[in-house]
Design a protein around this ligand. Structure first.
Ligand code: WT7
Length: 655
């Protein structure tokens, strides 16, 4: 590894716990109890028809995988299908029309249930509405909605007419939205008047309007009335009311547009190591097959289940495992708009009890919060409906793992620690719950058909137990097709840097550092690049730092994550003649909120005369992280200004 080294993940108790076999009760009904890995190995890539066969195709595919110029591969080429058809229509014929597709729990205690038929009807009507506004196949529709049912409805309506969606997390700022609308050349936007956050009404429409104002082209906007009387709103030019639009197309059905398997289903913007977000493009057939297959194999989702992934649809987790995977499998998926501690800290457990949730999937940062709040909250509720628990987004430290296992799972639910990324589309490393022992702290083994190599800077595999870069050595159906901005950047970002230059070699660089243990289990150590994880989502340090540097008087900034796991700590040096002040601190906070979003607002701003740097001038965030988290300092010998770390530490201690 280079001098940047890796960002350590999780708590300090990262020595592994002992192995835990799958609980007996789970094994008795598990969907997958025999390891598919050997047969996948012997039969690769044809093995992936197991995923393709979970879908209904209009035209069958000619082959499972067609070699292109690496890393461009076509999955299920020649096959045509429609994702909305696969998530809705086919379940109507399969006797599930009156089963719940979505249970929605709003922030103010509102509840709505959509059966598969209800969802089918509204998706069709909104698809007709979008068409009437001029949306055609391949037009990118931007969706900027909180966790309301209209969000998956809009996604599926787009999928039905072959218009790729670009969902932008509702908490992102107007300027972040504008960048994404512009980058995708999107002329359509679906948003809402506002939404509740911890009981307060927030204005979303204003943010959307500000974004549209700074975009170079016209944007036709649909506004969902989320707040009614709580936030009266008026519609401006180019704005249409969602309900009126749907009513105008009441009862209409739209023939699902057949898409070639490799046509774009959606684009999802995520952070890279530079400030400019990357538009990760996912195809239709390979992606949908992969998320359905992994939801079944790893999360054990069946059509009979009530399944809850407590993530936001504004990120890939929600796309793959709230919307597409579960609905393709015909299960009941829970959509939760609120936060875990409002109105009280037992909100999630109350919901699990009331809905009799079978499967629960969340982020380790949430588990750590539950652990801090204490067992009194889960113990007030009957959680015995739960069969399986999952985590995603960052490493889960063994202590939090154990707490989750004991107090939420009652010692009877396997935990799957699933490693994947926006670019992988779906899970790539995990245990298979009815097959593998769990190893708290280690994510698990490569899933069937997935090849993993942990390599050194020269691209050759490191020995077991050694830290290196996590690379994937074979294509898989869920992998991103390209970046919206073009193939060149796609190659640069993921392939060239980590590839071994020998001919025919194929290697996807994940940007994570990892270690393979003797038993083949993979421990993820965190990002190897300048990317930080906030509440399980990826942000580049540079995005936040460039916002801070935009404040007058600021010379340089470095941000790291603190002990809470999602608290940003900013270290800021000032230009000559500028003195630290409360006003300046406020400007820093405001600027971050304005250019990224409230959730990225630093918890603490520390002014320092200099930032710790290597001799080559790179900021050593790792040391700032040690200081922030009260850890013993790592090696400071590579520093040009080693004394500054001590100074920063004493500044913090005095506060
Ligand atoms: C990054 C991807 C995948 C959906 C959520 C975030 C980290 C993800 C794990 C895990 C350790 C994990 C990695 C990865 N990550 N899952 N189980 N253990 N780290 O998607 O925003 O694309 O971020 O999240 O660092 O590269 P994303």
């Amino acid at each position: 590894m280079d001098e940047r080294d890796v960002v350590a993940g999780g708590d300090t108790d990262d020595s592994h716990g002992s192995r835990v076999p799958p609980p007996q009760g789970f094994l008795e009904q598990a969907t997958v109890t025999e390891d598919p890995r050997p047969s996948f190995e012997n039969n690769w890539p044809a093995c992936w028809s197991a995923a393709g066969d979970l879908l209904e195709w209009d035209d069958p595919y000619d082959a499972v995988l067609e070699d292109g110029e690496p890393p461009f591969y076509d999955w299920f080429p020649g096959g045509t299908l429609n994702a909305a058809y696969n998530c809705l229509d086919r379940h109507l014929h399969a006797g599930r029309k009156n089963r719940a597709a979505i249970h929605w729990e709003g922030k103010d205690g509102e509840r709505r249930t959509y059966t598969y038929r209800d969802l089918y009807v509204e998706v069709n009507e909104f698809a007709a509405g979008l068409r009437s506004l001029g949306v055609e196949e391949d037009d990118v529709v931007t969706i900027y909605l909180p966790m309301v049912p209209e969000l998956p409805i809009a996604m599926l309506a787009c999928a039905r007419i072959g218009a790729p969606h670009s969902v932008v997390f509702a908490g992102l700022s107007a300027s972040a939205l504008a960048t994404r609308i512009e980058a995708a050349g999107s002329a359509y936007l679906v948003t809402c008047d506002g939404y509740y956050r911890r009981g307060d009404a927030f204005n979303q429409q204003r943010k959307a309007e500000n974004a549209v104002l700074s975009v170079d082209h016209d944007v036709e906007t649909v506004v969902v009335d989320r707040l009614g009387e709580a936030l009266p709103h008026v519609l401006g030019r180019d704005q249409h009311d969602y309900d009126t639009l749907v009513e105008a197309h009441a009862g209409e059905t739209i023939t699902p547009v057949p898409r070639e398997s490799n046509d774009m289903l959606f684009v999802m913007y995520t952070s890279g190591t530079t400030g400019e977000p990357k538009g990760v493009v996912h195809g239709t057939g390979g992606y949908l097959a992969y998320v359905a297959w992994t939801a079944r194999t790893v999360l054990d989702v069946t059509p009979e289940d009530t399944y809850w992934c407590a993530a936001d649809i504004g990120w890939i987790t929600g796309h793959s495992y709230i919307v597409y995977g579960p609905l393709a499998l015909g299960t009941t998926t829970v959509l939760y708009e609120g936060t875990p501690d409002y109105p009280d800290r037992d909100r999630l457990w109350e919901l699990i009890e009331r809905l009799a949730v079978d499967i629960f999937y969340t982020a380790p940062t949430a588990v750590r919060a539950f652990m801090k709040w204490g067992t009194e909250y889960p113990s007030r509720h009957d959680l015995s409906s739960l069969r399986l628990l999952g985590t995603v987004g960052e490493p889960i430290n063994p202590r939090a793992w154990q707490w989750y296992y004991d107090h939420i799972g009652g010692g009877e639910c396997p935990i799957v620690d699933t490693w994947w990324q926006t670019e992988t589309g779906g899970m790539a490393i995990s245990t298979i719950p009815g097959v593998d022992d769990m190893h708290p702290g280690a994510a698990g083994k490569p899933l069937p058909g997935i090849g993993v190599d942990v390599v050194g800077p020269d691209g050759t595999a490191v020995e077991a137990g050694q830290t290196g870069y996590l690379t994937l050595t074979r294509p898989w159906p869920g992998m991103a097709k390209t970046l919206y901005s073009g193939d060149d950047r796609f190659l640069q970002e993921y392939w060239l840097a980590h590839s071994v230059p020998e001919a025919g070699d194929w290697r996807y660089g994940s940007g994570d550092a990892a270690r393979v243990d003797e038993d083949g289990y993979i421990t993820i150590l965190g990002r190897a690049d300048d990317v930080l994880t906030l509440a399980g989502q990826r942000f580049s340090t540079m995005e936040i730092e460039s916002a801070i540097v935009g404040v007058e008087g600021v010379a340089e900034a470095a941000v790291v994550v603190g002990p809470e796991g999602d608290d940003v700590h900013a270290y800021v040096s000032l230009e000559g003649g500028t003195e630290p002040s409360a006003a300046l601190e406020q400007s820093v906070l405001d600027r971050v909120e304005l250019s990224i979003g409230r959730f990225a607002r630093p918890r603490r701003v520390v002014f320092t005369p200099e930032l710790p740097k290597t001799r080559s001038g790179k900021i050593m965030r790792r040391l700032l992280e040690d200081v922030t988290n009260g850890k013993p300092l790592g090696d400071t010998s590579a520093l040009r200004n080693p004394e500054i770390v001590g100074e920063i530490r004493s500044t913090i201690d005095q506060e």
